[in-house]
Design a protein around this ligand. Sequence first.
Ligand code: NAP
Length: 512
Amino acid sequence: MQHLESYLQGRWQRGQGDATPIHDANTGAVLADACSRGLDLGAALSHARDVGGPALRALTFAERGAILMTLSRAIRDIRDELLDLEADNMGSTRGDAKFDVDGASGTLAFYAQLGSQLGDRRTLVDGEEVRLSRSARWVGQHVLVPRRGAAIHINAFNFPAWNMAEKLAAALLAGVPVLTKPATATAVAAERVVRAFVDTGALPDGALSLLCGSVGDLLDHVGPQDAIVFTGSGDTGRKVKGHPAVLRHNVPVNVEADSLNAAVVGPDIGPGDATWDMAVTEIVRELGQKAGQKCTAIRRILVPAEREDDLRAALLDRFTVMQVGDPRVHETTVGALSTPQQKTDVEAGVAAMAAAGLELAWQFEGDVPSSGSYVAPRLFRSAAGADAPYVHEHEVFGPVATLLPYSGDADEAAGIVARGGGSLVSSVFSDDADWAGGLLLELAAWNGRLYWGSAKVADGATGHGAVMPGTVHGGPGKAGGGEELGGERGLRFYLQRCAIQGDAGLLRRLLG
Ligand code: NAP
C-alpha cells in the first residue's frame, strides 16, 4: 500500500498517527493512505512566502511561463501512468481520466504561452494613466503586483490533476508561491503529478508545496498577503470563508462550489436539426462523462413541452450504447463514482428526488457492478414543469439529470434557470438569434459562462462541460461567487492593484 507524502519546505514528509485510507473506487479495497497530523503547516507557509515568493518575483513573466511549460511536459511524460492511477483510485474510464490529465497539461501550456506573451516584465499596469488635476504632470497609474503571501489551493475530489494545475498555473505565472491541497480521497494522482513537477528541477525552492491529508490547522496560519482558492461543496466553502484567521486578515477567498447548471432547448429546433443533435450530444455526454461528477455537468434540461417526448426518445436512443462498469474495459462508457461517500450521497439524492415527486424518465437497465462505487445513471422528469421540487436547490453529484418542460418562452426559461441561484455554466441551443440573444443576456447575470449551441458551430464547439483556460470559470451565488482562468484575468486574484499617484514622467520611467 502506498503512503502518500506531503512536499513541504522543500522536502517530502509524512504526518504521524492514524492515516486516512484511500480506496480503489472499483473494488472498495484500500490502495493508499494519507496523514497530515503533526506536519508544521505554519512553517510550510512561511517557507513558501519567504523563499518561494522572492524567487518567483525575481523571474519575468516569460521565465515563469517557461517553468509552466516544463510542468506541462512533465504531466505529458507520465500521462499513461496517471490514466491508470485515476482508473484505480477514481473509477475513471480512459476518456474521463484524459479529460482531467490532458486538461491539466493543456492549461499549463496555455498559461506558459501567456507568460511568453507578457515577456520580460515583472509588473503589469492596469489601464491608462489618469489625469488627476489641472497639471498634466500629476497623474495616477494603476499597477498590479504579486501579493507577498502564499496562494492556498484547496481542491475537490473530481479533478485531481486539472483542478490543481489550473489553479497553480495562474498563481505561479502571477509570481505567487502555491501550497496545494488535493481532496484526500483522490489524492493519488495529485501526489504523483507533484512528484513529477519536483523532479523536473524547474521549480524554485518554495514555489510549490503539497499537503496530502486533511487540512489540519493550515488556515490558522494565513496572513494578510495570502490568497485562498477553494473548490468543493458550498458548506465547506462557507467554513473556509468564515474561518477566524481568514476573517481577521481579510484574506481573499475564491470559491467554486455546487452548481445547478442548465441546458435550454429553444422552441425553434427539433429532430433533424444540427442544433437539436448538438443539444442531444451535450446532454448525453454531460450525464455520463466522469459519471456525472463534473461541476459543469447539466443537471436541469429545459425543453419546450411539445418537444419533451421527442427529446426523451432521442436521449434514450443514445443511452442504448451506455455501459456501466470497470473503467479499464474498453466498452465501458460510465465508470464508478470516485468514492464510497459519493455513492452514498448520490443514492440519497436520487431517493430524495423520487420522494419529492419527480418521475423517473429513464434508468440504466444493464448490469451495474455491486462492488465499488457504481450507480445506475438516471433521467428524471418533472410533471409539474418548472415548479419541480428539489432540482433547483440540490445538486446530485452523479449521473443524474432532470427534464423540465416549459412553454418555449425566453423569459420563462430565464426565470427557471435563475431559480438555481447562480450557476457555473448554462447552455442555450437555438438558431433563432433574437430569441437566443435576449435569453443569453438575461442569463448572463446568473452564470459565469454561457454556451450558445447553434448550427453554425455544431462541428467546432468545445463542449458545454469543458472549461477553456481563455474564458472564465466560476459563477455567482450558489456556484460560489468565484472566478478563475479567463487568460490574464486569472492572474488578477493573486495581484494587488495599487494606484500610484505622482509625476507622469517619473511614473513612466518606473513602469516602462
Ligand atoms: P468538500 O468535502 O467540500 O471537500 C473539498 C476540499 O475541502 C477537500 O480538499 C477537503 O479536504 C477540503 N476540506 C474539507 N473540510 C475542510 C475545512 N474545514 N476547511 C478547509 N478545507 C476543507 O467537497 P468534495 O467532497 O470534494 O465534493 C463534495 C461536493 O462538492 C460535491 O458533491 C459537489 O456538490 C461539490 N463540488 C463542486 C465543484 C465545483 O467546481 N463547483 C467541484 C467538485 C465538487 P479532505 O478531502 O481532506 O476532506
